[in-house]
Design a binder for this molecule. Structure first.
Ligand code: ADP
Ligand code: MG
Length: 570
């Protein structure tokens, strides 16, 4: 936990940068003004209660007299004036302090959230496929929220710490006895508090795990919705969900009980300390009534910030596992990231169809013991249409992922227009191609929005042309809301074939230099597929086309066929 905390503070201070000294200064100044205010209570009370006079009152009196204020009335008015000015000053400083602290803690949390998202966007494809989506969601929402809460508490804790320290100093000025009693009481509290803190940290870890599991059950259910509903397995999900939420609830209740117990101990000890101060003041030290009163006021005023401070430390301990989880995700993603600058969406190159050259490409998935691609060499001329066929599992999708640069070959080279596919060439390439993957994906938005995603500046005319080329214009016109029809989650309000044609239109709208279709028309009937191929024919002047398919029936004479078997071209 110590390592985690120092990591956290380093990160916080790095984020705060040059703002840190000002914020710390404001926190200290507000506490100082508070302390001076309390100290000034003594002369006031002693003016009312009479001698014996304490050192503070004598100093105050001496200052007032040297200013020429000799009568008690004049001194009272002057004292009240000072009080009032202090009050206003303290209010102004507190306001500035609170605004800065809030902006700091909110900004810090956003900074982390954005960093993780950036790392996510910049991570490589293999790293992303290895991630559990529900875990990422949980980390970037729940864990980050817990960091937000913990950081906020921490800020309040730092304010409280300043108040505690200043009031202890004031207490020491007034009476060292008071200070030693308070310090003794604090020391007694250390033991139960350490225990509470350790439990809070443990609870934090358990909450992180349990929260992830809740998210996972929900995610499993939502992604497998159709399966879950059609197989009548809702009850199983409900059971898992209930079990997890109950677990979390039990832990939280347990934690509340621990906290309440600690508060009880705290009150007992604070009460004992107050009694000790009064007894010592009256019987041993013969303190003035004013000193006793102010001592008790300090004790009461000290207990609030002190409790806040303890709670802050506890929240901090509780939040640390969430911070660790966020940091771990970020580091994991960044370690995998090889793309330094993210490709910008939208930009298109004016160049025509691309030439693609694969030489002796080998590729193996991590943890597998055979190559998914084995010494594959393939040369595709600009404007050529190539059909890649082969049985399921023969490596066709892997080949597509290599060509678009999602995966890097372990051996061999990939060249686009004679340039190796790495670094800036890869970045540019990914902006110039359109890939329709095997499991077509549509966002839960309108058909128009889904299409514009590929090219935000496309005009209505471009959209309809693309739809027409994908043989989708007819059915879109037939929809009640036309282009504005929402497609539902992952496009499930459309049929499989309709979904594929919208995805194809989206790819065409991009006017790519390479159109790569991975079984992108397998849900479309044969006649329509043949018709599609005919419409794609004249596009060879603009784009190279690679279509992966396991149905060879429709392939026409302008198409070159490449057959795959066990990761090799035969
Ligand atoms: P195809 O598209 O021809 O059906 P793939 O290229 O998807 O075949 O898969 C080729 C081989 O690689 C298969 O044996 C498959 O099991 C394996 N494979 C595919 N994706 C992964 C992955 N992410 N991790 C491990 N093995 C994989
Ligand atoms: Mg495949």
């Amino acid at each position: 936990m110590i390592a985690q905390s120092s990591e956290f503070s380093r990160s916080l201070f790095a984020y705060a940068g040059r703002r840190a000294p000002a914020v710390i200064g404001l926190v200290l100044l507000a506490a100082l003004l508070e302390g001076v205010g309390i100290l000034l209570l003594v002369p006031f009370l002693e003016l009312l209660t009479g001698p014996p006079l304490s050192g503070v009152t004598r100093v105050a009196g001496w200052v007032l007299q040297s200013l020429g204020l000799t009568t008690p009335r004049a001194q009272l008015v002057a004292g009240l004036g000072v009080f009032f000015v202090l009050l206003v000053l303290r209010g102004v400083v507190m306001r500035a302090r609170d605004v800065r602290l809030a902006s700091l803690s909110l900004g810090f949390v956003d900074h982390w959230r954005n960093q993780v998202f950036r790392a996510l966007a910049g991570a490589t494809w293999p790293a992303l496929t290895a991630l559990r989506h529900t875990e990422v969601e949980h980390t970037i929402t729940n864990d980050v929220s817990r960091i937000a809460e913990g950081t906020d508490r921490l800020m309040r804790g730092s304010v409280a710490l300043a108040l505690v320290v200043i009031q202890l100093v004031v207490a020491f000025v007034l009476s060292p006895v008071l200070t030693s009693v308070v310090l003794a009481a604090m020391a007694v509290l250390t033991l139960p508090f350490t225990r509470l803190m350790r439990k809070a940290h443990l609870l934090g870890s358990r909450l992180t795990v349990a929260g992830r599991e809740i998210h996972q059950v929900l995610g499993d259910f939502l992604t497998g919705l159709k399966l879950a509903k059609s197989h009548g397995s809702e009850a199983g999900y409900i059971e898992r969900f209930d079990a997890k939420t109950e677990d979390v609830r039990r832990q939280l209740v347990e934690h509340t009980a621990d906290q309440a117990g600690f508060r009880l101990v705290f009150q007992l000890i604070a009460g004992a300390a107050a009694c000790a101060i009064i007894l010592a003041g009256v019987f041993v030290f013969n303190s003035s009534a004013a000193i006793l009163t102010v001592s008790l006021i300090i004790l009461v005023r000290l207990s609030g910030p002190f409790m806040t401070l303890l709670q802050a430390i506890q929240s901090f301990a509780n939040m640390m596992p969430a911070f660790a989880s966020v940091r771990e995700l970020k580091t994991r993603l960044e370690r995998s990231s090889d793309v330094v600058t993210l490709p910008e969406a939208g930009g298109r190159s004016p160049a025509g169809p691309a030439a693609i050259e694969l030489q002796g490409v080998c590729f193996r998935y991590a943890g597998e013991d055979s190559n998914a691609l084995d010494d594959v060499s393939l040369s595709v001329a600009p404007g050529e249409t190539v059909a890649v066929t082969g049985p399921s599992g023969s490596g066709k999708t892997t080949l597509a992922d290599i060509i678009v640069g999602l995966q890097q070959p372990a051996d061999g080279t990939v060249e686009i227009d004679g340039e190796l596919l790495t670094g800036p060439v890869l970045e540019r390439w990914q902006r110039e191609i359109a890939y329709v993957p095997q499991d077509p994906f549509l966002f839960d938005q309108s058909i128009r929005d889904n299409l514009l995603w590929a090219r935000p500046d496309a005009m209505a005319q471009d959209i309809w042309t693309a739809l027409q080329m994908a043989s989708a214009d007819g059915f879109v016109r037939g929809l009640r809301d036309g282009l504005d029809t929402r497609v539902g989650n992952r496009g499930h309000q459309l049929s499989g074939g309709e979904r594929q044609r919208i995805c194809l239109a989206r790819a065409l709208l991009r006017q790519p230099r390479l159109l790569l279709l991975d079984e992108a028309t397998n849900a479309v009937d044969l006649d329509l597929e043949r018709q599609l191929l005919e419409t794609l024919k004249p596009l060879s002047a603009q784009m190279t086309i690679i279509m992966i398919t396991h149905r060879l029936s429709h392939v026409s004479d302008h198409v070159r066929c490449v057959e795959f078997r066990n990761g090799r071209i035969i």
